[in-house]
Design a protein around this ligand. Sequence first.
Ligand code: PAF
Length: 297
Amino acid sequence: MNGIHWHVLGVGAIGCLFASTLHRAGLPTTLLLRSPGMEPSLPVRVDRDGCSSVTELPVSAAPEAGQITHLLVTTKAQDVCAAVQSVAHRLDSSSQVLLLANGLGFAGELQDALPVPEYFHGTTTEGAYRLGERHICHAGRGFTRIGRPGHATPPAWFGPWSEAVQPGAWDPDIEQALWLKLAINCAINPLTALHRCRNGELLQPPMAATLEELCGEIMAVSAAAGYAAITNDLPRQVAAVIHATADNRSSMLQDVLAGRGSEIEYITGHLLRVAEHYGVAATRNAALYRSIVNRAK
Ligand code: PAF
């Protein structure tokens, strides 16, 4: 379709969800694997509303040749740079790379290391978690925003994308949306990972008081960085997300429980770097950051 062929890097919950959504909407979609396997295609199973559907997706190994026109990156934040660099030989100046990962800070690192393709940014509130290898539960429908700083209008591929990925929108202020998501993740994720609790428990004492302190600092950093308008109601926004996801284990808690590396460097770590840049105190967030980083050692 119009030369649009999506390659998807990252076969976690969000990668599987978007790959199967794009493929089912008729857009050529290929899963990118780290190393060559035996099969030309692999099944992705999505459970939703009590039904299970399987989509057979073509696979390609990263080291293979063959240009990538459209790359969707859904890896963990800390893996984005290495994953995209593993397919650098398949990207050129016409390649469109859409980064859809939690956290902030990796995009700048990637653009410095690999300035050639055109980069786009996305954030989604789709709720999905892994049940097994390429087997996910699509637990809650969400909204997906895509944008490119400084670009008010979307590129040609966004038309077919937005017919497939609904609901969603092109967001001319994507940086604001990414920062708000970061702010919410800073409040929820490390605290649930530290206390090994579900999101809903953060609204109970004694965690509720810590949550309030964290939000106060996050708002101060946000204001210094120019994001006051979208975060001036942060405690209420965070509480709304917690209510909507009360039974969920946050992605950071899931990573910690599974013994995987967490995204702390690109969530609270990024907030702390911005706080330092503007000379804003964020001692409660810094203590939480140290607790998560030290636990992982
Ligand atoms: O990372 C997560 O887990 C999610 O972004 C959120 C919104 C905190 C819900 O668990």
